[in-house]
Design a protein around this ligand. Structure first.
Ligand code: SF4
Length: 103
């Protein structure tokens, strides 16, 4: 068995990095409101568009950015949410599992 050349090794490193980057991008696709789980939890990408009749306890000040489960940074326009694995939710979004961020 021959040793791989440095060039072959570097090509494999780059190819692996590109593949990992692509899978991460795929793993972090945007959550659509039409997603069955999003529908089940009343997710909207814009908290001002939440159905007030269906969710009377909702107030506009509640959004993903102020939710305990939001994993984005404070200024991020979107971030991960453990309720929607592999997807990102809008910072301005909301769902019925909203829980006030503490600390
Ligand atoms: Fe947004 Fe929180 Fe619902 Fe996740 S649980 S979608 S962060 S409101």
């Amino acid at each position: 068995m021959t040793q791989p050349s440095r060039r072959t090794f570097m090509f494999q490193v780059v190819a692996t990095s590109v593949a990992l980057g692509a899978s991460r991008a795929q793993a972090q696709s945007k959550l659509e409101e039409s997603d069955p789980q999003a529908i089940a939890l009343g997710y909207r990408q814009d908290t001002t568009k939440v159905d007030a009749k269906k969710y009377p306890a909702h107030v506009v000040a509640q959004d993903c950015a102020t939710c305990q489960l939001f994993q984005g940074k404070p200024k991020d326009p979107s971030g991960a949410c453990p309720l929607f694995a592999g997807k990102t939710v809008a910072a301005a979004g909301w769902c019925s599992a909203w829980t006030k961020k503490t600390g």
